[in-house]
Design a protein around this ligand. Structure first.
Ligand code: NAD
Length: 256
């Protein structure tokens, strides 16, 4: 059980982050949710998790495109036994047209924020005598696709950062691993389905199978429950010697 542990999950008012927060709360951890907004709905998500799982749950606003806010998130949380670096955005464009501001934002939110939160969390984990760092990379942390220069660069960067942190904490009771999902049906992906159907003149099922999951041999999305199970396992004692690795959950994508 993760009772008594505090998990900070970045970018967790939606999608995978929220799913991981629920899975960790389900395993008994207190959770800190985060995004860059500060709406009633954000705080309500924390209240729902607290009620459903009987844990302490808070929502802390931090815009992770800013390094000082990323650091302040961990400081405000006050405890961070489990750090999940999950916040992310996407932009698709050929490199010569790639908006410079989007490049900067993607690198800041998906790579630099993990540097900042980890730098703050590792001393707290050493002091607590236990820690788990889960960096949500992607199949795109191991393979490339055209027109996703910033995303692929950031996700590969996250894998490199994970390995360095694993080495620096190797003799501490701390592990750092990257989770590399293929496609997961989150609001982010759901939003791409209507456009894909229109663009290829396909029904929903065909668009998912032939276009969205073209590179995912299983032709199935990974689920939030499956990712949650992997995260909880990586936080368990059985996973104490798993560090510096990439854990793929991609239906065979990176077997190619
Ligand atoms: P999502 O859009 O549902 O979630 C992204 C989260 O990041 C949201 O909570 C959003 O508010 C937050 N966020 C964005 N900008 C932020 C900022 N400046 N500061 C703080 N938080 C910010 O998308 P998702 O699919 O759940 O993606 C979560 C992570 O999983 C991302 O890192 C994504 O790259 C990765 N991933 C997703 C898939 C997939 O198929 N959905 C596959 C592989 C990897």
């Amino acid at each position: 059980s993760l009772a008594g542990k505090t998990a900070v999950i970045t970018g967790s008012n939606s999608g995978i982050g929220l799913g991981l927060a629920k899975a960790l709360a389900g395993a008994g951890a207190d959770v800190v949710l985060n995004s860059y907004t500060d709406n009633d709905e954000d705080h309500a998500l924390a209240d729902q998790i607290a009620t459903e799982f009987g844990v302490t749950a808070r929502y802390i606003k931090a815009d992770l495109s800013k390094g000082d806010e990323a650091r302040a998130l961990i400081e405000t949380a006050g405890a961070c036994d489990i750090l999940v670096n999950n916040a992310g955005i996407q932009q698709v464009a050929p490199i010569e047209e790639f908006p410079v501001a989007k490049w900067d934002a993607i690198i800041a939110i998906m790579l630099s924020s993990a540097f900042h939160t980890t730098a703050m969390a590792v001393p707290m984990m050493r002091k607590a005598g236990w820690g788990r760092i889960l960096n949500i990379s992607s199949a795109h942390g191991l393979r490339a696709s055209p027109y996703k220069s910033a995303y692929v660069a950031a996700k590969h960067g996250v894998v490199g950062l994970t390995k360095v942190v694993a080495l620096e904490t190797a003799e501490d009771p701390i592990t750092a691993n990257a989770i590399c999902p293929g496609y997961v049906l989150t609001p982010l992906v759901e939003a791409q389905i209507p456009d894909t159907m229109k663009q290829y003149d396909m029904d929903r099922e065909t668009a998912i199978r032939e276009v969205i999951l073209a590179r995912q041999p299983s032709k199935e999305f990974a689920t939030l429950e499956q990712l949650g199970g992997l995260a909880v396992f990586l936080c368990s004692d059985h996973a104490a010697q798993i560090t510096g690795t990439t854990q793929s959950m991609d239906g065979g994508w990176t077997a190619r």
